[in-house]
Design a protein around this ligand. Sequence first.
Ligand code: GLU
Ligand code: ZN
Length: 495
Amino acid sequence: MVSASPSSSVRVRFCPSPTGNPHVGLVRTALFNWAFARHHQGTLVFRIEDTDAARDSEESYEQLLGAMRWLGFDWDEGPEVGGPHEPYRQSQRMDIYRDVAQRLKDAGHAYDCYCTTEELDARRESARAAGKPSGYDGKCRDLTAEQVATYRAEGRTPIVRFRMPDETITFTDLVRGELTFTAENVPDYGIVRANGAPLYTLVNPVDDALMEITHVLRGEDLLSSTPRQIALYKALTELGIAKTTPEFGHLPYVMGEGNKKLSKRDPQASLNLYRERGFLPEGLLNYLSLLGWSFSADQDVFSIDEMVAKFEIEDVNANPARFDLKKAEAINADHIRQLDPAAFAAACAPWLEAPHANWAPEDFDQAAWEAIAPYAQTRVTVLSDITANVDFLFRQTPVEDEASWNKAMKEGSDALLRTARAKLADADWSSADALKEAVLAAGEEHGLKLGKAQAPVRVAVTGRTVGLPLFESLQILGRARTLPRIDAALAKLTA
Ligand code: GLU
Ligand code: ZN
C-alpha cells in the first residue's frame, strides 16, 4: 500500500481509545477512513483518545500501533510520524481542553452543574414516571451567585455542562441521509468531570476542530453524540476555534451470532484471533470492507488497491452488516491462492517455527518444504493450517492422534497395510501416480475402494486422517521414510 502525498482538502481521522485488544469493528472503522482518505488523496490523522487513565494502558497503545502496522495501514499525521497538530495523544493535550472548557464557560456555552448523581437519578425517575423526557432538566443553567455560594458551602464540586441550544438540529449523514434531532431529545451534557478531567464529549470534537477534520466516519453507536457535537462545533466556530463543521457518516452495526451486535468482548471480534489463526491482512481487510460496503454485485474478492479505487462513502449501506466467519475464511483462502509462491512461503515462515511448529528445528528440511508448499497453498484456509499439514515431513515419527488412528484403523487394516507396503516397496517412486496405483491395487485385493484403502496409509504415514494429496506427500517424504512408518503402524496394530 503506497501512501500518495495528500493533494486534496479531505482530512479524516481514526481515533481509537487504547483500551485492550483491537477488535474487528475498530479495524473496519480504520479501514473505511483509510480507504476514504486514500481514495480522495486526502489526509488520514491517527489520534489516540487516551483520556481515560483508568482504562487506557501503554500496553494497549503499543498493541494498537502494532495492529495498524500489521494491517498495512499508514497515516499522514499521528504517532510515530508527527504532524502540524502534535501531540496526537489526547493524554498530552490536557491544557488545550482545560482552556477550551474555560472559554466555553466564559462565553456562556457551558456552565457549572452542581447536581449530585443521586439528585439527577431521582429527577430522572420522576420525569420518566410522568412520561417526560428524562435527560438533564437544565436546573443549573442559570444559577445565581447566591445559589452557587450555597452549593460550594455544602462542599459540592461541579461538573461542566454544555448548554444545548433550544433548537432542532438537522444534518445530512453521508450514509443515512437527513437526520433530525429535536431539542428535548438532546439535553445539556457533561464535558468536564467534577475532578477536572475532560470527557470524550469535549475532547473528541475539540480535536476534530483543531485538526481541521472534514469528514467524521465512525460507528453507528456514536450517532446520538452527533447533534451534541454539531452544537458544540457551532460554539467553537463562534469562538474562532473551529473553522468548519465536518460532515458525518455513521457506519452500520456489525451483527454477530444470534443476530446480536458484535461486542468487543466477543471472541470472534478480537483482531488477535485472526492474526493468530493466520489470516492475511489483505484477506481480513477484504472481508471487513464488505461489512457495510460492496465492491460489485458479483465480486467479493479484490485487492486493497482495488478497494481504494472504488470506495465511496455514499455507497455504504445503512443496514446492519452480518459478521460471517465462514465467508471471512473463504475470502482469506482466495487471497492465499493468489499469493505468488515466494510470498506464500514468506507468509508461512512464522508457522514453520516455534511456537507453532511441533517438530525439532533441526529436522526442518527446506527442500521438502519447497516441494510441499504448492500443495499447501491451494488448500489451506488460514496459515495456521500449515503446521498440521506439513508436520509429517519434519518429525521423526508422525504425530500421535488417537482420534485419527481409531477412525482409520479398522478390522482388516493390518492386512491392507501389509499388502500396500509390499506394493509400495516395489513401486516406482519417481511417480506419484505409480504410488497411487500401488495403493489402489492393494485395496482391490482386499475389496476396498481407493478412499478406504488410503485412509490407513495416510494415518500410518502422517498421523492424521486429512491432509494434502497423499501420493505427492508420500513421494516428498520418500520411500526410505515412508516404509518404516507403515511398519511401525503394523507393529502397533498387531501388538
Ligand atoms: N475514541 C472514540 C471511540 O473509540 C472515537 C469515536 C469517534 O470516532 O468519534 O469510540
Ligand atoms: Zn445541575
